[in-house]
Design a protein around this ligand. Structure first.
Ligand SMILES: [Zn+2]
Length: 213
């Protein structure tokens, strides 16, 4: 049987790239001390179209995530048989970002680390809401949230070797849950080189943020 494989569950929508551009300008405004403009641009990037895109991928019974049985299925391991560390160390995270850049290895959208988001949330709590519920979170920062995704999921025996980890966005990570690539019909993103670009995940705001802290 021919099994079709895709690069990602759903192609990104143009609003995500518009939001990234707005956030890039917001970072520049912030660093130039124009906090009013920075706040306005961050607010404009909080687009409901992006929230709908995210929900369509990681939501319950997503029309974009199709699960199928494969023959060489890896069993789900009992918790005590999984490798002990689920999260890569800070040093591994840094190496992964250096290797992959700030783009999702599946869908290619620009991504932002939670540390950068938390810093900006502190500066702009109203323009960048981040509550406990999905609906209370800024739609662009939510979709663009950096994930250190296991190719063979931790629950299926995957470890934290850098070879088994890729940088992804939140919808691509949570949409796949604990399924193997083959089970959801995704291509192995490691077949394609990481996308290089000028996008720095807004990391530059952390270097100068103390001025306004
Ligand atoms: Zn993605």
């Amino acid at each position: 049987m021919y099994l079709e494989k895709r690069r990602c569950f759903r192609d990104p929508i143009s609003e995500i790239f518009k939001a990234a551009e707005l956030l890039d300008r917001a970072a520049n405004a912030f660093l130039a001390g124009d906090l009013i403009l920075a706040e306005e641009l961050i607010h404009l990037a909080d687009m409901q179209e992006i929230r709908a895109w995210t929900e369509s991928i990681w939501g319950k019974s997503s029309p974009y995530v199709h699960v199928r049985q494969i023959s060489d299925e890896k069993p789900y391991l009992p918790k005590n048989q999984r490798s002990t560390n689920r999260m890569p160390t800070k040093q591994q995270q840094k190496l992964l970002l250096q290797r992959d850049g700030f783009h999702c290895r599946f869908c290619g959208i620009p991504v932002i680390r939670k540390e950068v988001r938390a810093f900006l949330h502190k500066q702009f709590p109203e323009a960048l809401p981040w509550g406990a519920k999905n609906i209370e979170q800024h739609a662009a920062f939510q979709a663009m949230w950096v994930q250190y995704d296991h190719i063979i999921p931790h629950a299926r025996g995957g470890n934290n070797d850098l070879d088994n980890l890729v940088i992804t966005c939140a919808p691509c990570n949570y949409g796949r849950m604990n399924y193997l690539l083959e089970e959801v019909g995704l291509e192995d993103p490691r077949q394609h080189p990481p996308q290089k670009s000028e996008w720095d995940g807004l990391e530059r705001v952390l270097q100068h943020g103390w001025i306004f802290a």
